[in-house]
Ligand binder design. Structure first.
Ligand code: ADP
Ligand code: MG
Length: 419
């Protein structure tokens, strides 16, 4: 980009801040400053794939005023959308570039590291990386905003930096998106691609059974499994038994080195099935692409995120521990697929006896410690519901049943001791 265009954004910031009335409380009077908001530019503007970020230093008392200036800054510069945010002691003004000046990002141009997946480029840095510090990831975005492409980036980057012995994927592609077809012979597949709803449900059973195997055998935990699920809300709607399976995996699989990576068009908790809020709580790290305004809070978990202003085509926000980073996802190219390690044949599908049976995918997720806590310490249906979700009727039934069980145990113990 030409230096003169950069100057346009610097001028816009200067113009708006100099013409903004910043008022300052001075004893009990409000004193108007003649020169608008005092500020200083910090370093040079950073040119990202879809935006230019100008960094300024201001006085802390002006922060509130400056944070409201996004629309004026956008208008003064002719930018479709300007986001103003605080970054430690600095304020950043992120101008979205007009669509014609966006730059595509490609994985082959970016550095890759074994500890994380490289999925694109940040607005403020050379590369957008995602690690497994939070075990599960969710991706939200409207149709054609770039979710499936982003899932492909994850797979491509991780397969590039890891041997099949270290990493295995399950790919659930219930809507049969052709984006996943190049992965059919990926050497890192633990099972064939699931290209319909039924096979997708079976792969979740397979993942649950693997979770059980890992509980028995710690050695298995060395290999990481990544369960990639596209269109998760459609899957749980069409196949309701998948909701509880996802909840169970999200609650318990992370510690056993099985990670979920799910994408969904809708962001309300019910995308994860009827106990969705419980599952959603286990996805603190999210990627959000363009999404209608009313979904912004549901998807990001944060106020004031204008997801409707994102430009589509992989323009996204990465949210980790409440911090938002704008980035542009990479667009995979022919050569990214050429370097994929492939196997001669498709992996063998899991046998029926390798799938978790219905007892495992029951509606109740039983962690013995949590169950004991709810029944012994709290002894209430409310506690059961807060630990395991589900309806009141079922929770009361379990509570009553446990009381009955306690009575019977006491009775039989007395009988034995008396005998
Ligand atoms: N990171 C990206 N860079 C450029 N174009 C993209 C990017 N991601 C998606 N697109 C464009 O958007 C289209 C839809 O992307 P896709 O990932 O299938 O969206 P979704 O899964 O959200 O419906 C792609 O075919 C591509 O043309
Ligand atoms: Mg898609």
């Amino acid at each position: 980009m030409k230096q003169s265009e950069n100057r346009l954004y610097l001028q816009a910031v200067t113009y708006v801040l100099c013409h903004t009335d910043a008022t300052r409380r001075h004893l009990m009077r409000r004193v108007k400053l003649e020169s608008g908001v005092p500020f200083r530019f910090h370093n040079r503007p950073v040119i990202g794939p879809q935006c230019v970020t100008v960094t300024i230093q201001i006085r802390d008392e002006d922060l509130k005023t400056v944070l409201t200036l996004g629309d004026r800054l956008a208008m003064a510069s002719g930018s479709p959308f300007a986001r103003v945010y605080r970054d430690l002691a600095l304020v950043r003004v992120e101008f979205t570039l007009p669509r014609g000046r966006w730059r595509e990002v490609h994985l082959s141009q970016l550095p890759h590291r074994a500890s994380s997946a490289t999925i694109g480029q940040k607005a403020l840095g050379p590369v957008a990386r995602v690690d497994w510090h939070n075990p599960h990831k969710s991706i939200f975005g409207a149709t054609r905003s770039g979710k499936t492409t982003c899932l492909a980036n994850f797979i491509l980057s991780l397969a590039r930096t890891h041997q099949p012995g270290e990493y295995q994927f399950l790919i659930l592609n219930p809507k049969n998106d052709i984006t996943f077809q190049p992965f059919a012979r990926l050497a890192h597949l633990a099972a064939p691609l699931a290209n319909n709803y039924e096979d997708s449900a079976n792969l979740l059973r397979f993942a649950l059974a693997e979770m059980e195997r890992r509980r028995q055998d710690n050695e298995r935990c060395r290999q990481r499994w990544v369960v990639v699920v596209d269109e998760v809300s459609q899957l749980t709607q069409i196949n309701p038994e998948t909701g509880p399976m996802l909840t169970q995996l999200s609650q318990m699989a992370g510690g056993l080195n099985i990670n979920l990576l799910v994408a969904s068009q809708a962001a309300n908790p019910s995308v994860f099935g009827d106990k969705g809020s419980l599952a959603k709580a286990n996805f603190p790290s999210r990627i959000v692409f363009q999404l209608p305004r009313e979904q912004a809070y549901l998807a990001t978990g944060l106020e004031g995120q204008h997801t409707e202003k994102l430009g589509g085509d992989g323009d996204g926000l990465a949210i980790v521990n409440g911090r938002t980073t704008r980035f542009r996802a990479a667009l995979p190219e022919e050569r990214d697929y050429e370097t994929l390690p492939r196997s001669a044949q498709e992996p063998t599908p899991p046998d029926q006896d390798q799938l978790a049976g219905d007892c495992l995918v029951d509606e109740w997720q039983i962690d013995p410690d949590r169950l004991a806590y709810a029944l012994v310490i709290k002894n209430s249906a409310t506690a059961l519901r807060s630990q395991f979700g589900g309806g009141t009727a079922k929770a009361m039934l379990v509570r009553d049943y446990s009381q009955l069980l306690k009575q019977r145990i006491r009775y039989w113990r007395q009988l034995r001791e008396g005998a």
